[in-house]
Design a protein around this ligand. Structure first.
Ligand code: ZN
Length: 332
């Protein structure tokens, strides 16, 4: 209900209850049902009677004739269902991005992770900032609100069309959060408190994704690399990798996101992808809480701390455009 109320405030045609029909730009999105005939439903909009076909009404009302307003603009693509109160045209950019991401993810990870294909990954695309912040407050528990987030409980990805604030790049956040969703629902890989870095680091590796024509290509999350390179150049201490591996959720903040990301990037792409398989197997073991004292060593053939120097060299050698240090990306 909070969600609906927040949206109502944002639209030109204001009605207060859920059992109303809305009309916007020729599309039924608001109004009040006054009479039901065989072929059409008579409604009032701003006090004026209008007729809407029964077919249109059926699509947006439930068994009790209450409007499921969020379905008023439901768009289905091959793998996603986007619920929105926005114009369809404004969703096109989003549907293209998530579909290209989905294709890229399957091309890169199906062989190693044995993915489940999904037809309706759910996205709530919220038009206005205030409305989005209201929803974010209800769904997530505190903290800074990024321009998108994934709710593991509702299995829904929430995205705002308007800028939400902060320095985060909306596309980078979108791919990070869509990454949490696809890992959770297509690979059964969710986040836990133990070895928290793995799940977050995997999501961070999607942040650098670039759309090139009709496909997505992997790129770097530049700001995270810059942050790390600066810290190394200034002689700041980074977590030894065995310490990073054991950090819990509440110990994992912006610097840890940067470091975890770079470590996942090293395991996935360093040495020609030599460590990709054991790293993904490690992720699966973490998700199924199968990780024991010697799990890493068993999968990689060596201890995680033995990668310290090699990983650091990998980070220092990465080429990114110089820029001011900054936050770097989503921290959730
Ligand atoms: Zn995350």
């Amino acid at each position: 209900m909070n969600y609906a109320l927040a949206c109502l405030a944002a639209l030109a045609l204001l009605v207060a209850d859920e059992d109303k029909i809305w009309l916007k730009d020729g599309k039924v999105v608001a109004g009040t049902i006054v009479d039901r005939k065989n072929a059409y439903v008579e409604i009032t909009v701003d006090g004026r009677k209008q007729r809407v076909t029964r077919e249109k009404i059926a699509k947006i009302t439930d068994a009790n004739d209450h409007v499921r307003w969020i379905d008023a603009c439901e768009t289905r693509t091959a793998h996603y269902t986007i619920q929105s109160n926005s114009e369809k045209a404004s969703i096109d950019g989003l549907t293209r991005k998530v579909e290209l991401f989905y294709a890229w993810f399957f091309a890169n990870y199906n062989a190693d992770l044995k993915l489940h294909a999904m037809k309706h990954l759910a996205i709530s695309f919220i038009d206005h900032r205030d409305e989005y912040l209201t929803v974010a407050k209800v769904v997530q528990s505190g903290g800074v609100t990024p321009p998108g987030f994934y709710s593991q409980g509702s299995e829904m990805l929430f995205v705002c069309r308007e800028p939400v604030g902060g320095s985060e790049d909306p596309d980078c956040v979108l791919f990070h959060e869509a990454g949490h969703q696809i890992l959770h629902l297509c690979a059964n890989l969710g986040g836990g408190d133990e070895h928290h870095w793995v799940n977050e680091a995997m999501a961070c590796t999607f942040e650098g994704l670039k759309l090139d024509g009709d496909k997505a290509v992997m790129g770097l999350s530049d700001q995270r690399i810059r942050n790390l390179q600066l810290r190394i150049a200034h002689g700041e201490a980074l977590h030894p990798l065995d310490v990073l591996d054991k950090l819990r959720k509440e110990q994992y903040h912006a610097p840890e996101y940067d470091q975890g990301y770079a470590l996942a990037l090293f395991f996935l792409t360093g040495n020609g992808g030599k460590w990709k398989k054991p790293f993904l197997a490690y992720f699966q073991d973490i998700a199924l809480t199968r990780v024991r004292e010697n799990t890493f060593e068993r999968l990689f053939g060596r201890k995680i701390e033995s990668f310290d120097a090699e990983w650091r060299d990998f980070v220092v050698a990465l080429a990114v455009a110089p820029q001011q240090p900054g936050a770097g990306g989503p921290h959730r």
